[in-house]
Design a protein around this ligand. Structure first.
Ligand SMILES: CC(C)(COP(=O)(O)OP(=O)(O)OC[C@H]1O[C@@H](n2cnc3c(N)ncnc32)[C@H](O)[C@@H]1OP(=O)(O)O)[C@@H](O)C(=O)NCCC(=O)NCCS
Length: 197
């Protein structure tokens, strides 16, 4: 729970109609598993764990309940069409760092949903006291890199052959980062600064 909970549910209009964005809770787990199972496997590689597996989603929900992950779920009607997460480890030496993860259904891409999920996740990260955000993605996710760079993230590292598909193909992971000062300026530029007033 954060002071931003009153923002949700949030409704936006995409080409497909209304999209409702809510905080993810245990009741969303089956819908998120179904959404993840329908995604191209390549789109899940940046997640570290295979979120198409119900046991992985169950572990994710436990972290939400423990307060170390803040996730949003986007739905059209009953169907999950996107989700995001800010992952933190308050017991590590990087309690000030949050990792942003976001994925949108291929059918809804390039209609603004990814940007909204990322911006809402920014707000949650700031509310949680995060000072630096990182995002991991496979180096060939050109769209994801374009979106994140447009939102102020900058490349910070490359992990060669870091993830492997079930078929054995290895892929590089790019790490992008965004510091909180720029994050604040970014939110103000998009008129979202007042979310904290
Ligand atoms: C990254 C991702 C979430 C973006 O979602 P999306 O809903 O398509 O993003 P948006 O429609 O909000 O696009 C945001 C901006 O990026 C731009 N953009 C989107 N797709 C693009 C593409 N293929 N090439 C260049 N720019 C692109 C848009 O033009 C938009 O800018 P604008 O608002 O000025 O028009 C989506 O591509 C995805 O799920 N990718 C697979 C998972 C992944 O790699 N996630 C990143 C790891 S954290």
């Amino acid at each position: 729970m954060t002071t931003l909970d009153a923002r949700y549910p949030l409704t936006m209009v995409c080409g497909v109609g209304q999209v409702h964005i809510t905080r993810m809770t245990r009741s969303d787990a089956p819908g998120v598993s179904a959404f993840a199972s329908a995604l191209p496997p390549h789109d899940l590689l940046f997640m570290r764990r295979d979120i198409s597996q119900p046991k992985v989603v169950d572990a994710w929900v436990k972290e939400i309940e423990a307060g170390t992950i803040d996730s949003l779920v986007a739905r059209v009607g009953a169907d999950v069409v996107g989700c995001s997460g800010i992952v933190r480890d308050p017991l590590s030496f990087s309690p000030h760092v949050g990792e942003l993860r976001v994925v949108v259904s291929p059918e809804l891409r390039e209609q603004g949903l990814g940007r909204v999920l990322i911006q809402e996740s920014f707000l949650i990260a700031l509310d949680r006291g995060v000072e630096k955000l990182v995002a991991h993605m496979t180096a060939d996710q050109r769209a994801a890199m374009a979106v994140f760079e447009d939102l102020g993230f900058r490349p910070e590292g490359l992990l060669r052959d870091h993830v492997r598909t079930a078929e054995g193909a290895k892929h590089d992971i790019v790490i992008l980062s965004h510091d909180v000062e720029r994050l604040d300026a970014h939110m103000n530029a998009y008129g979202l600064g007042e979310a904290f007033d």
